[in-house]
Design a protein around this ligand. Structure first.
Ligand code: DAT
Ligand code: MG
Length: 143
């Protein structure tokens, strides 16, 4: 997901470009302002933490771009491409390392495991919104 700071800063295209250039496939995508109810479900693992309410307020503060990214190893690879949670500690070359400054404005979200990816995909998309298609370059991406 491109978070509201990323959308407001005009970084959506840059982030999509990195995903596409890597060779991954965006099989579902939507721009929307996340409802409070959905945001609370999205971040339910953080209930009770001191930053939880600020996180929910931030993620619902404007449009974000939710995506389903498909490809071999895509969950772990997207986490690496996103970089460390705190942009100050994120390596150069990562989205957060290149494009962010503070933890509470770290530009992107990525699912952290197959289980959370499944949960988050089901939270944000209906099955019919996920589109199966082949990239024309797949023979050159996979051996
Ligand atoms: P990540 O987004 O890298 O998966 P996370 O799941 O631990 O990180 O936390 C979710 C978001 O919550 C994170 O992107 C930014 C915010 N956050 C995490 N730790 C924080 C902290 N110590 N202070 C403020 N915001 C924090
Ligand atoms: Mg997380």
């Amino acid at each position: 997901m491109v978070k509201p700071d990323g959308v407001q800063r005009g970084l959506t295209g840059e982030i999509i470009k990195r995903i596409e250039n890597k060779g991954f496939k965006i099989v579902a995508m939507r721009l929307s302002v996340m409802s409070e109810e959905r945001a609370k479900k999205h971040y339910e693992e953080h209930v009770g933490k001191k930053f939880y309410q600020a996180l929910v307020d931030f993620i619902t503060s404007g449009p974000s771009v939710q995506m389903v990214v498909e490809g071999k190893g895509s969950i772990a690879a997207m986490r690496k491409m996103n970089g460390a949670t705190n942009p100050a500690e994120a390596a150069p070359g990562t989205i957060r390392g290149d494009l962010g400054i503070e933890t509470g404005r770290n530009v992107v979200h990525g699912s952290d495991s197959p289980e959370s990816a499944k949960r988050e995909i089901e939270l944000h998309f209906r099955p019919e919104e996920i589109v199966a298609f082949q990239r024309i370059d797949e023979a050159w991406l996979y051996e």
